[in-house]
Ligand binder design. Structure first.
Ligand SMILES: [Zn+2]
Ligand SMILES: [Zn+2]
Length: 159
């Protein structure tokens, strides 16, 4: 009986300790993570302040981040293109992927080269598809709902 009592005491002490250990470990991990977060914020602030400054002290790292952002942009647009969509580079609206002009802001839409991620040249070319109905007073392309510009010829739509 004494043995059992002793070992139970031991377990109680151990449990109390493991609770403290968990608490200490959580405290330590959170403290560690808070350093990472703070360093991340510092790096982000430095990057934002110097992203267009090639003579900045960490120009190489900035270039590296810029390249990754470019890569993320291409992957994002590639994903959207699989749904027949893309983002306008100027106004960030969703537009059809084969637009020659943004139907929202009228900006010329530059085809995206996906070769860097797909390994082959795969330009998204405007198709100038004229037989989808009527709408644009100049080229006849059917206009998407709320279009302010024709996505084929860029004509401003007055409603
Ligand atoms: Zn636009
Ligand atoms: Zn048109």
């Amino acid at each position: 009986m004494d043995f059992i009592k002793k070992s139970m005491q031991k377990i109680e002490v151990k449990d109390e300790n493991s609770g403290k250990m968990r608490e200490a470990e959580n405290g330590w991990m959170n403290a560690k993570k808070s350093i990472d977060d703070a360093v991340y914020e510092l790096g982000k602030a430095y990057y934002e302040a110097n992203k267009n400054n090639p003579t900045a002290e960490f120009a190489e790292q900035i270039k590296n981040v810029n390249n990754r952002i470019k890569g993320e942009y291409i992957w994002h647009q590639y994903r959207l293109s699989l749904d027949g969509r893309r983002l306008c580079d100027k106004c960030n609206s969703f537009i059809t992927s084969d637009s020659a002009f943004c139907n929202r802001c009228g900006a010329t839409v530059t085809p995206i080269d996906f070769s860097s991620i797909l390994g082959t040249t795969n330009h998204m070319q405007p198709t100038n598809n004229f037989n989808q109905g009527t709408g644009c007073p100049k080229c006849g392309k059917k206009l998407v709902e709320g279009a302010k510009f024709c996505e084929v010829c860029g004509t401003k739509i007055v409603s």
